[in-house]
Design a protein around this ligand. Structure first.
Ligand SMILES: *Cc1c(COP(=O)(O)O)cnc(C)c1O
Length: 434
């Protein structure tokens, strides 16, 4: 399988190059040159297969010739070591719980798969690969946990001082070993600027082997298609049309679902549920794509004003708005809707949603009200409610238990190094540290 960018269809690169470079030479995002459908009987067979076997089947279909099948099998077995329950909550709604990984967010799927894949690509090399990431919270913790003690790889994560939650900070800064944290005296944008400058610095290019692990790497999208096949396979015996609702920010999770659909997964519709950051719902209504500065909401991992993966979705649908609308229904919800949904779903069904997953649930409920009565929905739950105790406890009016994995890291010693926003300081740190 070869990969080209959303803009330049004249040249293509190998999967290894796409993963290690992150972005194309034209600065655009990588996509598979073509997406082969899985045979119908291979999809039907998934009904009795495990998550690992389903993942392998989809991975082989996309990455044949790029990674040996035995290696894919090892990477998958080593990445998805946690439960992925599909919980039936009502007659028509099931929840796909993607939050049982190390950082209790769905980003663990991508981070764990990508780290092991990169380790495979650098195994033969005689030098270390350095992964640079700027984070505003969630990506950094998933990357830190995902790459922890992965051989041949050093990780350097920059985060804005005092601008992320104590829990997010503790999840990243208490690991040590090959994971180095830099607490930057500035905002997220300053962190991102430092990382971008390092990538184009010729002095560093000669001395260090740098790559990025942010949300636009194609290696993160591939594993995000697997769990759609899995969730569908658990409900397929009902023989009813299936829709997925995906709480979306950068639209990487949704893109994984659309990849699965291109590979042949029978999905009737995807619901892209957004918070007040409503660029995409507006685009689908009006045909005008208007990026905006991000707005702060209770579902803050979805606070994205210019979703980077949208160009991939446009590319998948050849910029045809009508065919995008055939597959995607999108709505925006306010924080008051988020809180009301957490409360109602708890009171009616005893199920506790986190603020992101609540947006997804609400989108699904609204869609199902207006669709044929036999349609069933899978609401994708992206984070454990225990990550957002204040919001959730306020909404349901009682205490919730924080998973031990989370509370434990709060008590461990944090070890970030402090950094100014000056590029020269960052460069000196990199040259000295590596
Ligand atoms: C990152 C994140 C999202 C948004 O996912 P995208 O792929 O950016 O659309 C939703 N929920 C949670 C909990 C997240 O961490």
């Amino acid at each position: 399988m070869r990969f080209n960018t959303t803009k330049d269809k004249t040249q293509s690169v190998s999967f290894e190059q796409a993963v290690l470079k992150g972005l194309g030479a034209d600065g655009e995002l990588f996509m598979p040159v073509d997406i082969p459908p899985l045979p119908l009987d291979a999809i039907a067979a998934m009904k009795t297969m495990s998550l690992a076997d389903i993942s392998l089947s989809a991975a082989k279909n996309l990455l044949t010739d790029s990674v040996p099948h035995t290696v894919l099998e090892d990477i998958i077995n080593d990445s998805f070591t946690f439960d992925v329950p599909v919980v039936s909550v009502t007659e028509r709604i099931s929840i796909l719980e993607l939050f049982h990984g190390p950082t209790l967010s769905f980003k663990d799927f991508a981070a764990r798969f990508m780290s092991r894949l990169m380790a495979y690509f650098v195994r033969q090399a005689d030098r270390k690969l350095t992964v640079l990431v700027a984070t505003s919270g969630d990506t950094g913790s998933a990357v830190a946990q995902g790459f922890y003690r992965v051989p041949g790889i050093e990780v350097i994560i920059l985060y804005p001082s005092r601008k992320i939650s104590p829990l997010q900070e503790a999840q990243m800064t208490t690991l040590g070993d090959n994971i180095t944290l830099l607490e930057v005296d500035g905002a997220f944008d300053d962190c991102q600027k430092l990382v971008k400058q390092a990538f184009v610095d010729p002095d560093l290019a000669g001395k260090l082997w740098l790559t990025s692990a942010n949300s636009i790497n194609i290696a993160r999208l591939v594993p995000q298609s697997f769990y759609y096949f899995y969730a569908w396979s658990r409900l397929a015996p009902k023989g009813k049309p299936v829709v997925f609702s995906v709480p979306s920010g950068n639209f990487g999770n949704l893109t994984g679902g659309l990849l699965a659909k291109k590979m042949g997964l029978p999905v009737k519709k995807f619901i892209a549920a957004a918070n007040a950051n409503d660029v995409i719902p507006r685009y689908l209504q009006t045909g005008e794509f208007r990026p905006q500065p991000s707005k702060k909401t209770l579902s803050n991992a979805m606070d994205v004003g210019n979703p980077s993966n949208w160009t991939r979705i446009m590319d998948l649908y050849q910029h045809n708005l009508e065919s995008i609308k055939d597959d995607i229904y999108s709505q925006s919800y306010r924080d008051a809707d988020t809180v009301a949904t957490i409360k109602q779903v708890f009171e009616k069904y005893g199920y506790i949603l986190d603020p992101h997953s609540a947006v997804g649930w609400r989108g699904l409920e609204d869609y199902l009200k207006q669709s044929a009565g036999d349609t069933i929905g899978i609401s994708v739950a992206t984070a454990h409610p225990g990550k957002f105790p204040d919001i959730v406890e306020n909404a349901i009016g009682r205490k919730i238990t924080i998973p031990e994995r989370l509370s434990a890291c709060l008590n461990r010693e944090k070890c970030p190094a402090k950094l100014s926003q000056k590029y020269d300081d960052f460069k000196a740190f990199l040259l000295h540290h590596l």
